[in-house]
Design a protein around this ligand. Structure first.
Ligand code: IMP
Length: 194
């Protein structure tokens, strides 16, 4: 029988994406399916800390094996900010537009535009904890381009490309992204358990 793993996310899009990659090795169970409707705390100051915090929460409160992810944009010239604070860089209640405006303002006049997206997945399985990291290197351009994707996609150009994530679209992004890399590592790990 396939093992059941909760994916601690409320993002349906992520759930579908991960289910597709992992379908051979585990049955991915949503938070909704285990009747977890409360907000899971993510108050750590690192991506690893947040991913572990979310997965441990599900383990402790629902007694199920689980994994959780956390992602941040790390900009070299800004000492890896916004990092774990990427979602609320421009302050609580601000949207992606405000976050990107702040990022471009902070980088104004800076020669080093190197950045990377980093995803950490924490897996709690049979009483043990594992983490998987996915990184995509790239750079921050000076003005937004493209209208696909979400978050910082319009200002991020991945290494080896000239278009932003928001111009490249989902098909390419899902092959090369930070999240895809981390999920593939998780999938390989689960498949090697057989
Ligand atoms: P989360 O941990 O996946 O919720 O990501 C935290 C924040 O990082 C999001 O709110 C976005 O601002 C940013 N982010 C994560 N993944 C991406 C991406 O693929 N493209 C652009 N921004 C992203």
């Amino acid at each position: 029988m396939k093992r059941k793993l909760v994916f601690a996310t409320n993002n349906r899009h992520k759930l579908d994406e991960v289910r597709e990659i992992i379908k051979e090795d585990a049955e991915i169970v949503s938070l909704e399916a285990i009747h977890c409707h409360e907000e899971i705390p993510e108050t750590a100051d690192t991506l690893e800390g947040n991913a572990l915090m979310k997965a441990r929460y599900v383990r402790e409160h629902y007694g199920m094996d689980c994994f959780a992810d956390d992602t941040g944009l790390e900009v070299e010239a800004l000492d890896n900010a916004p990092g774990v604070y990427s979602a609320r860089y421009a302050g609580p209640g601000h949207d992606s537009e405000a976050n990107m405006r702040k990022l471009l303002a902070e980088l104004q006049g800076k020669g080093n535009r190197k950045a990377r997206f980093r995803t950490v997945i924490a897996l709690l399985l049979d009483g043990k904890e594992y983490t998987f990291e996915g990184i995509v290197n790239g750079s921050i351009i000076e003005e937004k381009r493209g209208d696909r994707g979400f978050g910082y996609d319009p200002v991020f150009v991945p290494e080896g490309y000239t278009e932003t994530f928001a111009e490249l679209g989902e098909e390419i992004k899902n092959k090369i992204s930070h999240r895809a890399m981390a999920v593939q590592k998780l999938a390989r790990f689960l498949s090697d358990l057989h």
